[in-house]
Design a protein around this ligand. Sequence first.
Ligand code: PEP
Ligand code: CO
Length: 457
Amino acid sequence: MEPPVKGVNIAPGWKPDTWTGRETLQQPTYPDQAALHSVLDRLSTLPPLVTSWEILNLREQIADAQAGKRFVLQGGDCAESFNECSSPLITNRLKVLLQMSLVLVHGMEKPVVRIGRFAGQYAKPRSSDTETRGDVTLPSYRGDLVNSVEFTEEARIPNPQRLIEGHACSSLTMNFVRALVDGGFADLHHPEYWNLSWVEHSPLAEEFQRLADNIGQSVRFMETISGRKPGSVKRVDFFTSHEALHLHYEQALTRQVPRQWGWFNLSTHFPWIGMRTAALDGGHVEFFRGIRNPIGIKVGPGMTREWLADLLAVLNPEREAGRIVLIHRMGEQKIEEHLPKLISTVKDTGSPVLWVCDPMHGNTESTQSGVKTRRFRKIMNEVDLAFDIHASQGSRLGGVHLELTGEDVTECTGGARDLSDEDLGRAYKTMVDPRLNYEQSLELAMLIVRKHNQVTP
Ligand code: PEP
Ligand code: CO
């Protein structure tokens, strides 16, 4: 393919606002449109959160992962909140992701692409527009970008000022993550910096410590034999991602940049389309069609062959490597029925994709007392099945997408400590979906390595 000429928009008929001509689901209704538009004008002049070269770098890394040369670890909160935009929470989440990635790198012997579900994961799709408690019905909470979680009329009114606050919290998070990563926090010589104080006595922490010591030695050995300056093997990359749900917000951060053609969504490196908003003729698909970022598409049990083939044709017409990540979230009960046909459909299209398993969203259930939870055994089982199904179809599972936190929460049951339904009451903090805690996350990473190495020749 000829490289597109600078300044040329490759998506015919596309502009950052053409999505407004399509039916667009899951958007808030703002009572004051004038206030919304004045906020959007302001937002569109504020600096972006990421750069085009970082986005293009991630695209290359995803292309490598499509070729089996890297594995993707994507994880973070279901929903970030403005109140939790704080130093310990950000650091702990980074620590867990770093530790997991090290387990994966060490066990799989390939580089890991680290993508946080953070610095912008502030808008949530909801199954109902309203929430009823007793005899009071109010608009649903749609994420901190839109309204507030408290169950009062005032709190639930969509407030456009929150878009500015969302941008600010995202950039505070980004700034801190960048500073930590650049400043030696992610230094491979000192994985002990990544330890979380409250898990010192966990058997998994001991296992991780042995592995970290091993890595520290290997890094020093590599520096010695390559003649590189001690300390030069340091940096790890971190990318950001969120569900690009609120299209006015995403549009305001979609820009053209000097010396590049086309448009970039500079609110995040890796935006994804949620399962509820992937209609072929809907606003989200229209918006995503014109941006140059690598993009994720969540695919659930309702996805059909035709729908998926059409999405790939619209979103990656030139069949470029590094552009599309399909994040399947079927549930352990349904993956065997639904995934194989989608794999064969993608093969037929000849379009390169990276397959990533989200074992969280198809395995949500309620306990007898009505608490939303997920069982570790089912999460693991879906990952196992995903590896097996891809391998048996001559395809490859190239990553995982997880909801997790570095905090000592009890939201998912099971795992090494075998948390029970009763334990959920102890530290249940999530505002939306239940997340894996630190130990469950690390255990999952270890199990993923074992499974990956079983199916990889
Ligand atoms: C999510 O990732 O939090 C989410 C809502 O996922 P899905 O669109 O797959 O349901
Ligand atoms: Co979720």
